[in-house]
Design a protein around this ligand. Structure first.
Ligand SMILES: [Zn+2]
Ligand SMILES: [Zn+2]
Ligand SMILES: [Zn+2]
Length: 256
């Protein structure tokens, strides 16, 4: 398949980095690499852009990215730090003149109908974002005409979906993945995986667990995302990662 580009819109955990009101050294860092908006990426190839997640920073992220169109959205799961910015898709929907396709699992769709009840009201209020809810299931899902391999994992009690397109795999907010699902990552040039902090967490891989999954994945390079301020600043954390591992940062772009 053609070369795939992954643009990183955000690489931070649910509160972002810095955290409001925190004076830890990571939050006080003046290094731009320590400014992390909520986790989100865009896969691009063959002239199509597919946005993964619509977190609360979406407006700022899209303005910064200079992306002028999104062909479809896919949601990993229904937590606020991945869905709270859905309404900010409106300018792109108005511009294209068609509803935005939103791929998500059925329980995520149910949450959207509750969280965004005004979008689904009848009669329709003018100006609401028109969306088409579409499935996200099975091993391969066609999204905006592109065949994504879906990587199914667990995030505490919730199912969470990751994506592989070409040689780039992306999985965030996971704390458990079966060997069979991890097999789908094998041979990736880049595997983006969540690593929250050093201490174990009930629904996220901590660093040691993420290193273990990364080593078993068979990817050439593993890059961590959904990073919290509990880690030391970016420059120091990068230094202590083993060979073959690195960090995402906001604005980073990968091609494979
Ligand atoms: Zn999250
Ligand atoms: Zn802090
Ligand atoms: Zn989550």
């Amino acid at each position: 398949m053609s070369e795939v580009q992954l643009q990183v819109l955000g690489s931070g955990t649910s509160q972002g980095v810095p955290v409001i009101g925190c004076d830890c050294r990571t939050c006080r860092s003046s290094d731009p690499f320590d400014q992390r908006l909520r986790s989100s990426v865009v896969f691009s190839t063959e002239g199509k852009n597919v946005l993964i997640d619509t977190g609360p920073d979406l407006r700022q992220q899209l303005l910064r990215s200079e992306l002028s169109s999104i062909d479809a959205v896919a949601l990993t799961h229904a937590h606020q730090d991945h869905t709270a910015g859905l309404d900010d898709l409106r300018p792109l929907i108005f511009k294209s003149g068609r509803p935005m396709p939103i791929h998500c699992r059925s329980e995520v769709a149910k949450r959207l109908r509750e969280q965004y009840a005004y979008i689904f009201e009848n009669p329709e209020y003018p100006g609401v974002p028109k969306i088409d809810i579409l499935p996200l299931q099975g091993g391969i899902q066609c999204i905006a005409g592109l065949d994504f391999t879906l990587i199914h994992a667990r995030h505490g009690d919730l199912p969470v979906v990751g994506f592989r397109l070409g040689a780039i795999s992306y999985l965030t907010d996971a704390n458990h993945i079966t060997d069979a699902e991890l097999e789908k990552v094998k041979g990736s040039r880049y595997f983006i995986l969540n690593a929250l902090r050093d201490e174990p967490h009930y629904s996220h891989f901590h660093l040691e667990a993420a290193l273990d999954v990364g080593r078993r994945s068979g990817a050439e390079e593993v890059l961590f995302t959904h990073i919290s301020h509990h880690f030391e600043p970016h420059a120091l954390l990068s230094e202590r990662l083993p060979k073959g591992f690195g960090l995402l940062w906001d604005g980073r772009s990968l091609n494979a």
